[in-house]
Design a protein. Structure first.
Length: 240
């Protein structure tokens, strides 16, 4: 069964909007695991507009499931943080400074030499690596050549087409990319704009996905449904 890693960035965004420590990000990390999440994801950025580097250090000892840190490894501060706290997985995302949210995957050929080098650094430290890619077979093949353990398929395009009523065409490139990843022996994650409406169809079509990372939609749903109920509802969507 596909695992659910809950991204708690938005909880930190809410806390930071008023200062203080309400809501408590470390408590959220503990609670989502207690409510059934298989892991916790954070994506610290240099401006610390949501998750702070100090949060990452505080959360790490509380993880009883899996800890995934996302970010752009060209930021040396992120590399240093990952090597310090040793998460179970680091997901490499080609964000630019100040970017609101991730919006594309790596060009795994253009950046091949760099990716091989930085992936080697993390793997030497015993950290599983995943790289963010678009659903393009050539990019998946390029990812395999970097030595990464997994890829994470960037799913905004699928979510947009699902919402427009074209779910079959929307999922097709993801199925093709995921099939190629499996042939190449790559582990497979997915994330971005997956929600209670589109998640089950995606996982039913590609049931060999190892993990989905979901934050914004799940936290939005939690405002109406409660955090525990939201986690459980997302877990149900992964049952195929």
């Amino acid at each position: 069964m596909t695992k659910l890693s809950v991204n708690i960035n938005k909880i930190a965004t809410l806390r930071n909007s008023r200062g203080g420590n309400n809501p408590d990000v470390t408590r959220a990390a503990t609670d989502v695991q207690r409510y059934g999440a298989n892991g916790v994801t954070v994506h610290p950025r240099p401006d610390e507009r949501h998750i702070r580097y100090s949060d990452v250090r505080a959360i790490r000892p509380l993880i009883s499931t899996e800890f995934n840190i996302e970010g752009n490894p060209r930021e040396q501060s992120l590399v240093d943080l990952v090597l310090e706290v040793r998460p179970h997985q680091v997901t490499l995302v080609p964000d630019t400074l100040g970017q609101i949210t991730s919006d594309h995957g790596w060009d795994t050929y253009q950046h091949a030499a760099y990716l091989k080098t930085i992936i080697g650094v993390f793997k030497e430290a015993g950290i599983r690596t995943s790289i963010f890619v678009d659903p393009v077979i050539e990019m998946v093949e390029g990812a395999a050549e970097t030595g990464t353990d997994r890829i994470e398929l960037y799913t905004e395009q699928y979510a947009r087409m699902y919402a427009a009523g074209d779910k079959d065409a929307g999922v097709e490139p993801y199925y093709d990319a995921a099939t190629r990843a499996k042939e190449l022996g790559l582990g497979l994650n997915a994330g971005h704009d997956l929600d209670l409406h589109n998640l089950h169809y995606f996982i039913s079509t590609i049931p060999w996905i190892d993990e989905v990372s979901i934050g914004h939609a799940l936290i939005c749903d939690a405002l109406y449904l409660g955090l525990e109920n939201a986690v459980q509802l997302y877990k149900r969507q992964l049952a195929v």
